[in-house]
Design a protein around this ligand. Structure first.
Ligand code: FA5
Length: 356
């Protein structure tokens, strides 16, 4: 303690009081240390706070009992201690709150369930279709979706003025390039790739047309079968068609050929499949079946590969023949599941997709 003069009786008293205060400050520091070491909860800290810093707390008691006015340095020391106590209590509170976070983590608490994704229904349908044809010995192919005029049209016997080239229907990327509107471009590409028979491929890919309604989307998928070998005839086409229909839709379903026209097949057909609702009778409760009206539903196009196309693929139509078919993935899925609107498949509505 720095005193003006040690000789004054008053100052001697102050000196004694000062010494006493220093001792008390040390005792307070020591006591605080013990208390802080022992405390483990915020409530316990509140009690310590009251004990040292409250109205009736030790620091205030010190202020009350000291002759601070005559010795401002003493007051400063008590004030410093007060600040130190506040800081230590705050630090301890921080520590307790943080460690309680770790301490209350219960490793046995069940975790939050994560939403589980699944393959899109079109991906599932493609996998199923592919596996049916693999069982028949077909190889899976995937040919370009952006295609030149040759593979998409000219080489498939489709002349320049054919409606299939109409830009009302087709997405043109350039004068000579389109987003392919069918998977039949794969016919020429497969013949070029294999160079000689036997050929037995299933080309599944995206296709594009400028159409949109309940049974048409601008982007959809087709699966295109091509078989080329010696002496391939229509009965082979019928056998494959019937096998697919039973494997995909059910053993009770049948198919038939209906005459049609495509530039790249001769003869050409539409393949029909018996309606599931009326089992091919066309009648439900003596009324016309509302789904098919005739007992049959259209599956897609098919035919014997046109000799010009075999030639354009680099093979000799005198030595081999073949059949081809091209059907819509979305359409067969629609027929199998009873979907009322094909656009739902691409609506990205999770409530709809979760059903598959
Ligand atoms: C063709 O695309 C021919 N290339 C099929 C073919 C291949 C015939 C080989 C002969 C030999 P078509 O235009 O009919 O044919 O289409 C075939 C199938 O694609 C239709 O039966 C239908 O299932 C599906 N499809 C056509 N347009 C759309 C569309 N906008 N949205 C969804 N599916 C469609």
């Amino acid at each position: 303690m720095h005193l003006k003069t040690p000789r004054s009786g008053e100052f001697l008293l102050l000196l004694e009081t000062g010494k006493q205060t220093m001792k008390e400050l040390d005792e307070i520091k020591e006591e605080l240390k013990i208390d802080l070491n022992a405390v483990a909860t915020p409530e316990g800290l509140d009690l310590i706070d009251t004990k040292f810093l409250g109205k009736q707390g030790k620091i205030n008691q010190l202020f009350k009992t000291l002759p601070i006015k005559t010795d401002p340095k003493l007051g400063k020391q008590i004030n410093d201690l007060k600040k130190d106590i506040e800081a230590q209590i705050a630090e301890k509170l921080d520590y307790i709150l943080n460690s309680s976070k770790t301490a209350t983590f219960d490793v046995t608490t069940p975790g939050k369930e994560q939403a589980e994704g699944s393959l899109h229904l079109i991906t599932q349908a493609i996998a199923e279709i592919e596996s049916i044809f693999l069982r028949l010995g077909f190889v899976r192919r995937r040919y370009p979706e952006v295609e030149t005029d040759w593979y998409y049209a000219e080489g498939l016997n489709i002349p320049k003025d054919h409606p299939a080239r109409d830009d009302q229907e087709t997405f043109y990327v350039g004068d000579n390039t389109v987003l392919t509107a069918h998977t039949s471009n794969g016919q020429l590409r497969e013949m070029e790739l294999k160079k000689s028979p036997p050929i037995k491929m299933i080309n599944i890919g995206k296709t594009y047309r400028r159409q949109i309604d309940a049974t048409h989307t601008p982007m959809f998928h087709q699966f295109e079968g091509l078989v080329v070998d010696k002496d391939i005839n229509i009965t082979h086409l019928l056998g494959v068609t019937e096998y697919f229909a039973k494997a995909y839709f059910g053993q009770d379903r049948h198919t038939r050929l209906r005459p049609h026209h495509f530039q790249f097949t001769e003869p050409s057909f539409e393949i029909d499949i018996t309606c599931e609702v009326c089992s091919g009778t066309g009648q439900v409760d003596k009324q016309n079946c509302k789904v098919c009206k005739s007992g049959w539903l259209e599956l897609g196009g098919a035919g014997m590969v046109h000799p010009n196309v075999i030639k354009n693929g680099g093979l000799n139509p005198e030595e081999c023949s073949g059949f081809a078919f091209g059907w819509g993935v979305e359409r067969v899925l629609m027929m199998k599941t009873g979907l009322p609107d094909l656009r739902m498949i691409y609506s990205d509505d999770i409530r709809f997709l979760n059903q598959f």
